[in-house]
Design a protein around this ligand. Structure first.
Ligand code: ACO
Length: 330
């Protein structure tokens, strides 16, 4: 069984409920129908029920088994969410009036449902940019205990099975933090190892990437990665992690033998932590295109409850896969 089939099978066994707020997008409606039909998750759709069902009919998909909530309707459930929203954000100056307006935005309504445990997670981003999906999550769901920074990881499946674990690797942060300090980078490493275990079923071997291997270059950016490695070890002393190292030393045993012979990670890394968002985002896209790798994600890690962001170019299958992954993150 392929990795994605395995993910969907694991999600099906969990029977989680996921909210999909972007019902104006036909791909979301098609994915919702398939998710419910295949039993991968229970689905809540946000919007006008009549319109959603009519759109579904036009697409030839059955949406009757999805629960539909309209964020503009005045209901007791919505009143409770407004109260929760004000309680969570009043220290930031959020008034009841503002909250009442903002909750009409399905991205806020859905995020508040996640926070209030009315659903297990949210998947959005088919019709909204990353920032619009992540900001409500960062403001309302917030980070998990002990984590200060949310980040985005990809499961990469490369055709050459000699890399990572059977061709499977985690790459992070490829999606969220334009600016990282050493402590944040250390946290990203720990969160990525968790994603490697929980989602990809890997025994994490974490390489902290740089343009230098084990002190071969002296630079403040190299030092940052060294400090991040130390921080990750402080957070999780049992973590198999090493750095700083170059990508070839992380991945190729013969290079590792020369550049980092003592390392238990070099040459066999399956979690690659990039030193910044620029290298991370560019890096995963290069591997995806040049190596014809499958890139699954970004999987948003570090939030207290799962909210995941789709690419606006996503396919119906991408939505189904990310919903299944979200179910596994709960
Ligand atoms: N982790 C945890 N909390 C965070 C993070 C983070 N990484 N970033 C911001 N926050 C919190 C802030 O502390 C703040 O909390 P508060 O309001 O309770 O004080 C809240 O989020 C909002 O902060 P802002 O400063 O308003 O948010 P910001 O402008 O930093 O936006 C965002 C956050 C949207 C994630 C931004 O960093 C961003 O746009 N990142 C890049 C996303 C992107 O474009 N990625 C590439 C495309 S994705 C792809 O190609 C796969």
């Amino acid at each position: 069984m392929g990795f994605l089939d395995e993910i969907k099978e694991r999600a099906t066994a969990l029977k989680r409920t996921i909210v999909l707020p972007e019902t104006e997008d036909s791909r979301i409606l098609e994915a919702a129908a398939k998710l419910v039909k295949d039993g991968i998750a229970e689905i809540v759709l946000l919007g006008d029920e009549e319109k959603i069902l009519a759109d579904g009919k036009e697409l030839g998909v059955a949406l009757e088994k999805c629960r539909v909530i309209n964020p503009v309707d005045e209901t007791d459930e919505k009143e409770d969410l407004i109260e929760l929203f004000v309680e969570l954000r009043k220290h930031k100056g959020l008034t009841r009036e503002d909250a009442k307006e903002m909750i009409k935005n399905p991205l806020y309504y859905g995020t508040l449902m996640v926070k209030a445990d009315q659903v297990d997670g949210m998947v959005a981003g088919a019709a909204n940019p990353t920032g619009d999906v992540l900001k409500p999550a960062l403001q309302i769901v917030k980070t998990a205990e002990g984590i200060n920074s949310v980040s985005g990881a990809f499961v990469m499946i490369v055709p050459d099975k000699s890399f990572g674990q059977d061709g499977k690797l985690i790459m992070a942060d490829c999606a969220v933090n334009p600016k990282v300090d050493a402590d944040t980078l250390g946290e990203i490493a720990v969160a990525s190892a968790e994603t490697a275990k929980k989602i990809a079923g890997l025994e994490p071997k974490v390489a902290m990437l740089s343009f230098s291997t084990m002190g071969s270059a002296k630079h403040k950016l190299v030092k940052k990665v060294q400090q991040a490695t130390k921080k990750a070890k402080e957070i999780d002393p049992d973590l198999l992690i090493d750095g700083e190292m170059q990508a070839d030393a992380a991945l190729v045993p013969s290079v590792a033998d020369r550049k980092a012979p003592e390392s238990k990670v070099a040459g066999q890394a399956n979690v690659l932590v990039f030193p910044g968002l620029e290298s991370g985002n560019i890096g995963y896209k290069l591997v995806q295109r040049l190596a014809k790798a499958e890139a699954i994600g970004p999987i948003i890690q570090g939030l207290d409850k799962p909210v995941n962001d789709l690419s606006r170019g996503c396919s119906v299958d991408d939505i189904i896969n990310l919903t299944a992954i979200t179910a596994l993150q709960v």
